[in-house]
Design a binder for this molecule. Sequence first.
Ligand code: FPP
Length: 240
Amino acid sequence: MGESVPRHVAIIMDGNGRWAENKLLGRIRGHVAGVSAVRKIVRRANDRGVRYLTLFAFSSENWNRPRTEVAALMQLMKFNLRREAKELAENNVRVRLLGDRSMLPEPALKAAEEAEEITKSSTGMELVLAISYGGRDEILEGVKGLIREGVKEEEVTEKRLREHFYLPDLPDPDLVIRTSGEYRISNFLLWQIAYSELYFTDLYWPDFDEKEFDRALEVFASRERRFGKTSAQVEREKSV
Ligand code: FPP
């Protein structure tokens, strides 16, 4: 048996567009419905005792979407971060931004940084918003950081590389969830998911609710994480 509740859950929230298209609605309506799902899952994750919840809200590749859709997504994030920051702080949730801040339009960046500021003394769940995030970019940033520091080859370690990631103290995800029936990682947390459990569901993100989140946690709890060791070794370690 695995540990009961994953400490860090990371979610690829996919399928807003298809959810809307199936209902003959515009894609933006799908993103609006996606925000409602975000609200439900944040609350549920916090109630279940998850320590870190990372949501893939906008990838570095999403900048290539039609201009109107990019603008609508930025607007949605800005509006909701402004609206929710105080309540998140009251619930002891800390907001953190993960990604290339320099790419964000000023109003969205300002809203995100204000949410970080308003929630900075929260000691409960960390809500990590991956916005303009790309896993390869993050690794490249790490490599550039090491070069800037003048680190010698023999001094290059995983730990030193990580120090240059966007959020060096963020632990690796225990569980990665992807909705919408796609079985891909899409450049999300590439380095950090080396030993994560992966969970896929066919549901589109706006249909992913508390019950489905609980189901993913149940599946996680039933898996055995061996980190490259044998079952017998893991069992022995547990008994000491
Ligand atoms: C993927 O669906 C979803 C996104 C690219 C955006 C997700 C963003 C939100 C739900 C808003 C988040 C807001 C806050 C405050 C964090 P898709 O458009 O790729 O769907 P498709 O694959 O069906 O086209």
